[in-house]
Each structure stands twice: as structure tokens, then as C-alpha cells.
Design a protein around this ligand. Structure first.
Ligand SMILES: [Zn+2]
Ligand SMILES: [Zn+2]
Length: 296
């Protein structure tokens, strides 16, 4: 399983000299399965660059949405495969937000806020209504869990050939209101995954002002990684205000934290181009690629 990050920012794209190292595009992660299937988690602005690569093959595309907030759908009108005649693309809404995410992603292309209308696209876009049945019929295993986030949404755990990942973004591990999913349930959901991708938008300085906004403290996410005994952690959905140098400091602080717990968890700050090549043997690799070499 190959996991590549195309957009790692939360809330709004934040390009510029202070975010050049980790990247300014919003949420998008590409998972290429061993059987040739492609799962795309979220369609933030990072999906544009992924689309440039995807038009070079005709492999099946499945877009899984965590929820319908702007930073998870805004790249979709610029995703090149939707303009390819007869290209097959399936989109699953998040169940927990009651079809809102699906409406949001399609209806942003209404001829008013974007010049091309969804119904005029030449590709074969299928929206999946019976998500559970559809997902259950695939070659890979998927489990979902409701997010603790305003408006709701879904987290996903995917398993194939003995490798598992969890994609949990826009999730508050310790929300103000009663949680949709408790901390103990998150620990169970992520247990032993090869890669945990989790929202890590806030530092202690951001609270209490942003408590209840639906995002987690970096320190809570690190603790979850330890409690769930994951193999690798990618801290994700960075605040748009978080600079490269601040993220560098968080990387150092995280390494110290895991060392103090005698933990061997691989700790990473998600960045555009970060790649996890995961296998069930002991030869998983983490590399960084230049995403923009193709489009330059
Ligand atoms: Zn978000
Ligand atoms: Zn959100």
C-alpha cells in the first residue's frame, strides 16, 4: 500500500514563504492499493496536483469524503480526471453528515460559483448511495467511525494484505459536548495500525479559545498513538497559521515525547510529497517525493 500526501493544511489553503516546506494545500491523501485501486481521502486543494498524475492512467478512482467542509472539497473542480471522457470515478459521501458532503462537493459546480456545471462533465461520475454495501463489496476492508466535529463526518480504517491505516481528520479527541466517539473507542479503532493520520491542528496556546471547534491538540494525538500502539503517526491538518519553523519545533518535541515513553513509533509531520510504502513485512519505507516535477 502506497500512501502519498498531496494536501496537509486545515481550514484554508496557506501558500507562501512561511509554509513552503510542509505545504499550503488543504486536505488530500492518495492511497494506492496493491490491487490497483486508488482511494482518495478528501478533495481539498491538494487534489489538483494528484489529478495531473491520475490522468496518465485509467485506474479506478474512489473518492472517500470525511465531510463536506470547504477545505475538503474545494479542489474537486480542478481535479483533471473529471474532465476525461468516460473516466470512471466513484464518490462516497460521509454517512455521518447525512449526504451533506456529497451535495456540497457536487453543487459547488453549479455554473455560478464555478463556470462548469457538474452535470456537463464528460467523465462517468457515480455517487454511491449505499456506502456500507458498496464498501463491503470491495477487495479491501473498510471500517468507519463518526467524527467529533461540527456537522459530523467519518473517519476511515482501511486494511489490505495485512496492512492497515486510519484516516481521522477534523476530529476533536476531547470535545466540549458529549462525543460521537469516545477516546476509548478511538484507541480501539486505531489499534495497531501501520499508519495513523490524525488531525493535529492545535497547540495548548490555541485553547481554550478554540475548544469545541472540532480539532485536536497535538499532544492528545501523540498520546493516542501511544495508547493505540500504532506503528507510524502522521500529524495532519495543520493550522493555516502554523509556520514551517513551528512545525519543525513540533517534530523535535514529538521525537522527545516518544523517546520519553520508550516508544518506537515513527513520528512524522505530514508534508506534501511525504510517502509511506507500507508492507506487512518489516520493510516499510518512508520517503519524500517532489510532487511538482511533473507539472513544472
Ligand atoms: Zn478541515
Ligand atoms: Zn471540518
Amino acid at each position: 500500500m502506497l500512501v502519498t500526501f498531496y494536501g496537509v493544511r486545515g481550514s484554508i489553503a496557506a501558500p507562501g514563504p512561511r509554509t513552503i516546506k510542509y505545504g499550503g494545500n488543504t486536505s488530500c491523501v492518495h492511497v494506492r492499493l496493491n490491487d490497483g485501486n486508488n482511494i482518495i481521502f478528501d478533495a481539498g486543494t491538494g487534489i489538483r496536483e494528484l489529478g495531473i498524475r491520475m490522468v496518465q492512467n485509467d485506474e479506478p478512482l474512489l473518492l472517500l469524503l470525511s465531510h463536506g467542509h470547504w477545505d475538503h472539497i474545494q479542489g474537486y473542480p480542478f481535479f483533471a480526471p473529471i474532465y476525461q471522457p468516460d473516466r470512471e470515478i466513484r464518490i462516497c459521501q460521509s454517512i455521518d453528515s447525512n449526504e451533506v458532503s456529497l451535495k456540497a462537493i457536487l453543487e459547488q459546480m453549479d455554473g455560478s460559483t464555478f463556470p462548469v456545471r457538474s452535470e456537463d462533465l464528460p467523465s462517468k461520475i457515480t455517487t454511491v448511495d449505499q456506502v456500507d454495501e458498496y464498501i463491503d463489496a470491495q477487495s479491501f476492508q473498510t471500517t468507519r467511525m463518526p467524527l467529533n466535529h461540527p456537522g459530523g463526518g467519518d473517519a476511515y480504517r482501511i486494511e489490505e494484505d495485512g496492512v492497515s491505516i486510519a484516516y481521522i481528520t477534523d476530529n476533536e479527541l476531547d470535545p466540549l459536548a458529549a462525543p460521537q466517539t469516545t477516546y476509548a473507542e478511538w484507541v480501539h479503532f486505531c489499534k495497531g495500525v501501520d499508519l495513523l493520520i490524525h488531525d493535529a491542528q492545535y497547540t495548548e496556546k490555541d485553547l481554550p479559545a478554540k475548544h469545541g471547534w472540532g480539532h485536536s491538540l497535538i499532544s492528545q494525538v501523540r498520546q493516542l498513538a501511544v495508547d493505540a500502539q500504532v506503528k507510524n503517526l502522521a500529524m495532519y491538518h495543520h493550522d493555516p497559521e502554523r509556520t514551517d519553523s513551528e512545525l519543525d519545533e513540533i517534530a523535535i518535541e514529538s521525537a522527545k515525547f516518544f523517546k520519553s515513553r520508550n516508544s518506537v513509533i515513527g513520528s512524522y509531520i505530514a508534508s506534501e510529497g511525504l510517502v509511506f510504502e507500507l508492507t506487512s513485512r518489516k520493510d516499510s519505507r518512508v520517503t519524500t517525493i517532489d510532487l511538482y516535477e511533473i507539472s513544472r
